[in-house]
Structure formats: structure tokens, C-alpha cells
Design a protein around this ligand. Structure first.
Ligand code: THU
Length: 127
């Protein structure tokens, strides 16, 4: 299994998902090879819940990383789970058109580019 998928899978074990029971792990690889992981963290208000992907991006940014190569996302679904709309926007803004690897716990994986699932994004070029 790809080491980035492995890292996302390991991060998934830390997911705090008492409300949905849906655990997600993410791992973001920076240009220098460092890997930043994240899991979803839910909140009793529901709306303050944050997805695994955004936790990984914000961790990376807060540690000074700015250029990224790939993100892996792991969930326990028959068909690998794609990132939600909010995460697509954040990924586009901070990571650009990175490779996104969607994988499940059985090792089924598919690789795509962010622009495949997020065509015609709004970004700072419109401001
Ligand atoms: N979730 C993620 O962490 N990433 C996704 O790509 C989809 C959804 C989380 C949010 C919430 O904690 C749970 O999965 C159910 O939506």
C-alpha cells in the first residue's frame, strides 16, 4: 500500500466521530516529502465539525509548509470517499491542482487530480 495511504489510514484511527460514526483520515505530502495527517473531529453543535482533509491542510500550513504534491483520503466505504465541497475549496486554495488519492480500508484506491472533482473553482484570481 502507498505510504501516504497508510499514513491516512493510521490518522483515521484518531477520528472523533461520535455523532456520525463516519471516520475519515487524510495525509498531505509536502514538496519536501514531509507528511501531515488529519482526521475528522466532530462537535455537539454539528456545524463546528471539521473534516480530516482540512485538519491536515491547516496542520501543514501552521507548520510552515506551503507547497504540496499529493493528498490521500481514507474511509471505510465500499467506494472510496471523495472530499466534500468545503474541503475541495480549501485544497484548491492552498494546494492547487494536486493529486488526490481516494482509498478504502480494503486497499481499493483511485487517483485523480483535484481539478477532476473541482472544475472551474473560485479563487483569488477573481478578486
Ligand atoms: N468527513 C470528512 O472528514 N471528510 C470527507 O471527505 C467527508 C466527510 C467527515 C465529516 C463528518 O465528521 C463525517 O465525515 C460525516 O460527514
Amino acid at each position: 500500500m502507498d505510504s501516504l495511504v497508510q499514513a491516512a489510514s493510521k490518522a483515521r484511527a484518531n477520528a472523533h466521530a461520535p455523532f456520525s460514526g463516519f471516520k475519515v483520515g487524510a495525509a498531505l505530502e509536502a514538496e519536501d516529502g514531509r507528511i501531515y495527517t488529519g482526521c475528522n473531529v466532530e462537535n455537539a453543535t454539528y456545524s463546528l465539525t471539521i473534516c480530516a482533509e482540512r485538519v491536515a491542510v491547516f496542520k501543514a500550513l501552521s507548520e510552515g509548509a506551503r507547497k504540496f504534491r499529493r493528498m490521500a483520503i481514507v474511509a471505510d466505504t465500499p467506494s472510496p470517499t471523495p472530499p466534500c465541497g468545503s474541503c475541495r475549496q480549501i485544497l484548491w486554495e492552498f494546494c492547487g491542482d494536486v493529486e488526490v488519492i481516494l482509498a478504502n480500508l480494503e486497499g481499493k484506491a483511485e487517483s485523480l487530480r483535484l481539478s477532476d472533482v473541482f472544475p472551474r473553482p473560485f479563487d483569488a484570481s477573481y478578486l
